[in-house]
Design a protein. Structure first.
Length: 256
């Protein structure tokens, strides 16, 4: 479970709400903030080589196990709007309540470059409130730019992280279920370059992996989780390796 993403999803709504203008003025000059304007918003788009309707149905019903009456926080970027719309529709089809948040690299960057640092440590009241009412989060990786916040002072990022920690703790406390499509492997140009794989091949591998039979995957995950119960685990190998670990009171979590 990637709780960092959940916190970002919840806090992103707070940032989005805080950054909305009170009124529109078409004569307002464009921002001169070079750092924010240089954010890569024209990265090559890759269409998913899979059935997005079927994928959304699997995510909602199999992976997330959304039930009637539950509140579901859905997040992603405009790049994947078709998939996000399908997910929201599937959530509604089971009688649950979806809340859709749209993220972008530009908005994430400007939340630092255009927002006073004094707000970095502000209590994330909206995120905390969401953690008390949301039952499921479904996030589609939205990062397009590598090292997006590399030029943001570490102290500011640390302050945001510290302020957001209680939100993550609240999600965990309330046992909010989380599904993340991407898990920091969503096919982008910079990730394909990092793994030295053509983008088209990278995208094909990713979407084929995403669109597998989740029932079998979950069954395999449950077997692995069950094997990690007990007080002690021993790892052995024919080469003589024998490593014993104390796993008492350390519940296993499966990220599938």
């Amino acid at each position: 479970m990637n709780w960092k993403l959940i916190v970002g999803l919840a806090l992103g709504i707070a940032v989005f709400a805080a950054c909305q203008p009170m009124q529109t003025n078409n004569s307002t000059p464009p921002s001169n903030n070079t750092a924010a304007n240089n954010t890569n918003t024209s990265a090559p788009k890759t269409s998913a080589p899979t059935d997005l309707n079927k994928l959304a149905e699997r995510i909602v019903n199999q992976s997330a196990g959304v039930k009637e009456g539950e509140n579901v926080l859905v997040g992603g970027s405009a790049r994947d709007m078709e998939l996000l719309e399908n997910i929201v529709t599937e959530v509604r089809k089971v009688g649950a309540n979806p809340l859709l948040e749209i993220n972008s690299d530009r908005m994430a960057k400007r939340s630092f470059t255009d927002v006073d640092p004094k707000f970095d440590s502000k209590e994330p009241k909206l995120g905390l409130a969401l953690a008390k009412v949301v039952n499921v989060t479904i996030n589609v990786d939205s990062q397009e730019t590598d090292n997006l916040l590399a030029d943001i002072p570490p102290a500011r990022q640390a302050a945001r992280g510290k302020a957001g920690q209680p939100v993550g703790d609240e999600f965990i406390k309330n046992k909010v279920r989380n599904v993340n499509v991407g898990n920091e492997l969503y096919p982008t140009s910079w990730r394909a370059e990092r793994f030295n794989v053509p983008l088209a091949d990278f995208a094909k591998m990713f979407w084929e992996g995403v669109n597998i039979d989740y029932t079998n995957l979950q069954a395999t995950g449950e077997k692995a989780r069950a094997a990690l119960t007990g007080k002690e685990m021993e790892i052995t190998h024919p080469n003589g390796t024998s490593l014993k670990l104390n796993i008492d009171s350390k519940p296993a979590y499966i990220s599938d």
